[in-house]
Design a protein around this ligand. Structure first.
Ligand code: TNX
Length: 568
């Protein structure tokens, strides 16, 4: 219940009690229930309980609190100043003042000190310690990322209105006394967004990145190309966006529903290279790595529509257009030298733009009918001494792997890249269940767990009849929360190959930024805890209690999260 609601309740209660004494008892019961309910919005809730998401490794609550006022100083030496400025920027809008930054301070009181110490034991490159006493706040870390995460925790220790974007009157900015030691379980804590199916405006992407950073998520995969659209400017091949970034119309309703109806409206958009640079920098300022995905050899219709010579049957494909409905198109890149050169040219521009160590080349659902039907491609298979089309895809992937390795990057692909032999050094994203990840990790490959069963955020999160149209499936919050990215079938000495976990927001049925947030939250908050918090400290009931408080933060930001049944 919101403050608004509970105030209303109480006002109503006062007048009713005067007028209708027989209702007194009933109302009193309601009031008592309101006051003692655990919702963060009721007046009697205890803000002292630190509701941090994801749950820190260790947290000890202490007596007393620190109050941030306009005279509080932020103290940070040279290498820590970038993070200190982020703290100051984050607090300023709602507090209505900018804290002063100093390189050192004589006083130990009324300061928030950020300290880098590369020798700090046991917390890794992303860990931090945070100590709040009556006198001061101290955040320590080995690396700037750790300070950044300490700052995210500090923001969560403050009242939720800290997340508002204009000055909030009448709040004392109290931080409860606490001692925290914290570091992540996994180094890959990711989400995937899919602007290929429905374009996501840059502004919405930046906002999405902001919300991720609040949850200590650190990897965002952007699915930049697919049958329905090509969304990244490539200077050498302008038609990719002149033609490939727009489709004539879009299917209305679910793919499985007949007859098909279309909206008759053009849909499109793409990120210029300047946009990409901005997105990448914005994310890296928040310690988020952007992993670009360029799909191959399948999901290639928008690219082949732009440059038909890349297809298996160029003559027939001359009139091809970006797809207007969902599913997997049969249009697949032809494994010719010209195509390989084209894709490597594309990747050259991609690696110029994205500093990411990891470059995703898709590899999923490559329908091979066109390869099978083509004399030319069958001859390629024979010439190369390959057994079949699976091995040809594997050969294709290797061309990209060699290219990326030469440029010091690592190839990532969906688990189909395992079929027909996996390029050495490649990373497998396990989506068709966990088996791909298990096989790959046991064979010594790094893997990211992204199974449909627990991480497909395009699936329904409640009963389908009460939810907006989704692709299908059922993935409630509870199930996401209970996911363990290290399946028992991975040998103990191989579990280090599990880099982490990723949630997928495929875009077929997610057509607006608002809906994107609805599908992402609160499930991404649960995923953040899967990726960050120690397995032993995971407790769903406890998460739900913290989530109630956390929802207050999402509300203050204005995130269009999906409300829980009890909230509706
Ligand atoms: C499968 S997951 C796909 C996507 C779809 C998604 C819909 C994967 C690697 N491929 O192209 O958008 O299912 O849930």
């Amino acid at each position: 219940m919101s403050t608004r609601h509970s105030n209303l309740f109480r006002q109503t209660a006062v007048s009713q009690m005067v007028a209708h004494s027989h209702l007194t008892i009933a109302l009193a019961v309601v009031i008592v229930v309101c006051l003692f309910s655990r919702t963060p919005f009721s007046a009697a809730s205890k803000p002292e309980r630190a509701s941090i998401i994801p749950r820190p490794v260790s947290i000890r609550q202490r007596q007393g609190h620190f109050t941030i006022t306009s005279s509080t100083q932020v103290v940070a030496k040279k290498e820590a100043t970038a993070e200190a400025l982020k703290l100051i920027d984050a607090l300023a809008p709602s507090m209505g003042f900018r804290l002063q930054l100093a390189a050192r301070s004589k006083a130990q009181d009324n300061i928030i000190k950020l300290e880098l110490d590369p020798q700090l034991p046991q917390i890794g490159d992303e860990g931090y310690t945070l100590k709040v006493t009556r006198e001061n706040i101290l955040i320590r870390a080995r690396r700037p990322a750790g300070l950044f995460y300490g700052i995210q925790t500090l923001r969560q220790l403050l009242p939720p209105s800290i997340f508002r974007k204009a000055k909030v009157e009448g709040v004392t900015w109290k931080v409860p006394g606490v001692e925290i030691t914290d570091y992540p379980r996994f180094k890959w804590r990711g989400l995937l967004v899919d602007p290929a199916r429905h374009f996501i405006p840059k502004s919405a992407l930046l906002r999405f990145i902001d919300t991720m950073s609040l949850h200590k998520l650190n990897s965002l995969q952007i699915h930049l190309t697919d049958d329905q659209g090509w969304r990244i400017e490539i200077k050498k091949y302008p038609k990719l966006t002149d033609i490939g970034a727009r489709r004539d119309e879009t299917l209305i309703g679910h793919l499985s529903k007949r007859p098909w109806l279309f909206d008759g409206r053009r849909h499109g958009g793409f990120y210029t290279q300047d946009d990409i640079r901005e997105i990448v920098r914005y994310a890296s300022d928040r310690h988020i790595n952007i992993v670009p995905e360029i799909e191959m050899p399948g999901h290639a219709r928008a690219a082949i529509s732009s440059y038909p010579h890349l297809g298996v049957f160029p003559e027939k494909q001359r009139s091809l257009k970006p797809w207007t409905h969902w599913g997997v198109s049969g249009d697949i890149f032809a494994p010719r030298p010209t195509t390989i050169a084209f894709l490597q040219d594309v990747l050259s521009e991609v690696i110029q733009l994205f500093p990411s160590n990891y470059i995703h080349i898709g590899g999923d659902e490559a329908v091979k009918n066109q390869w099978k039907a083509s004399e030319e491609i069958q001859a390629v298979i024979r010439e190369k001494g390959l057994k079949n089309e699976e091995e040809l895809q594997s050969w294709f992937t290797r061309q990209m792997d060699t290219f990326l390795s030469k440029h010091g990057r690592r190839l990532v692909g969906w688990d189909e890249i395992l079929q027909g032999g996996l390029a050495p050094g490649a990373i497998v994203m396990s989506w068709r269940g966990e088996q791909g990840g298990i096989t790959a990790a046991n064979a010594g490959h790094d893997v990211v767990m992204a199974p449909t069963s627990h991480t497909y955020f395009d699936y329904y999160q409640g009963p389908a009849e009460k939810e907006p149209l989704a692709i299908g499936g059922y993935l409630p919050l509870r199930k996401v929360y209970h996911y363990d990215p290290v399946p028992a079938a991975i040998a103990p000495e191989k579990t280090r190959h599990v880099l982490g976990v990723q949630g997928q927001l495929w875009g077929e049925y997610i057509s607006t930024p608002r809906h994107l947030e609805y599908m992402a939250y609160p499930r991404a908050a649960a995923l953040a805890e899967v990726g960050w918090s120690p397995k032993r400290s995971k407790e769903y009931e406890d998460f739900l209690i913290r989530l109630r408080h956390h929802i207050g933060r999402l509300r203050a930001i204005g995130i269009c999260y999906r409300p829980a049944e009890s909230e509706k």
